[in-house]
Design a protein around this ligand. Structure first.
Ligand SMILES: CC(C)(COP(=O)(O)OP(=O)(O)OC[C@H]1O[C@@H](n2cnc3c(N)ncnc32)[C@H](O)[C@@H]1OP(=O)(O)O)[C@@H](O)C(=O)NCCC(=O)NCCS
Length: 204
């Protein structure tokens, strides 16, 4: 059988909610809406963190297309350009952060990949939200192109593929984690004013 298995994703393109900037994709969404990140902060923690984390605040999630370049310099260039475009297309005073929900944010990967791994470096630039969901189906799809099915041994060609199979063989599992990093609190070059009065201090 053939077809598109990610219609939910396609609709963001059609609704104009997804932009691609310098190779990375960003989706505009509202915290508290049905498609907010999962897991996310409980209401009390979100209130403590303040504007940018509250239900109803406009936010943005980051997505990595296949074979994207994700070194820190490229990511920062992309985020700065995305921020300027988002300010034009989705102006708001409540956006502060960019979020990501991915198997790539599973903190177990730091034990499995070498320290020069771009996945590890990018993951470490995000602060993690407590909690996780089962991340195996997404990971197996992204790493072996097989939805929810552990491939037979012998198919691993890359260091990540070998590490994943070893981890599963040893009885381990993978997690989907949510993380966030500042998008708006840091001034753009030449913009020394506090952006729309937002708090600058980042919660730990
Ligand atoms: C994002 C992406 C480009 C990062 O790749 P990268 O820059 O090579 O990442 P790293 O430096 O951490 O790679 C370390 C090792 O893991 C391998 N690796 C990384 N991502 C891989 C993937 N999706 N599948 C198989 N192997 C992968 C690399 O080839 C490298 O192994 P090698 O030295 O034997 O070649 C890559 O993971 C990718 O194309 N992913 C698909 C899209 C995706 O998963 N998006 C997120 C969905 S939630």
């Amino acid at each position: 059988m053939s077809g598109v298995d990610a219609l939910f994703w396609f609709q963001y393109h059609l609704r104009g909610l997804l932009i691609e900037v310098e190779g990375l994709q960003y989706r505009s969404y509202r915290l508290g809406s049905p498609d907010q990140p999962d897991p996310w902060f409980d209401d009390q923690t979100a209130r403590t963190l303040g504007p940018g984390f509250l239900p109803g605040d406009l936010s943005v999630s980051m997505h990595l297309p296949e074979n994207s370049v994700i070194d820190e310099a490229t990511v920062q260039r992309s985020m700065a350009a995305a921020r300027q475009l988002l300010d034009t297309v989705f102006p708001t005073s409540t956006r502060r952060i960019v979020t990501g929900t991915s198997w790539m944010l599973d903190d177990q990967l730091v034990e499995l990949l070498p320290p020069d791994s771009q996945i590890i470096r990018l993951a470490q630039s995000f602060k993690l939200v407590p909690g996780w969901l089962d991340g195996e189906p997404q990971l197996l799809t992204s790493v072996f192109r097989q939805w929810g099915e552990v491939p037979k041994s012998g198919v691993a060609r890359t260091r990540l593929q070998r590490a994943v199979l070893d981890h599963l063989d040893a009885g381990g599992h993978f997690r989907l984690r949510t993380g966030w990093r500042e998008l708006d609190a840091v001034p753009l070059k030449g913009d020394l004013s506090t952006r729309r009065g937002m708090a600058r201090s980042a919660p730990a």
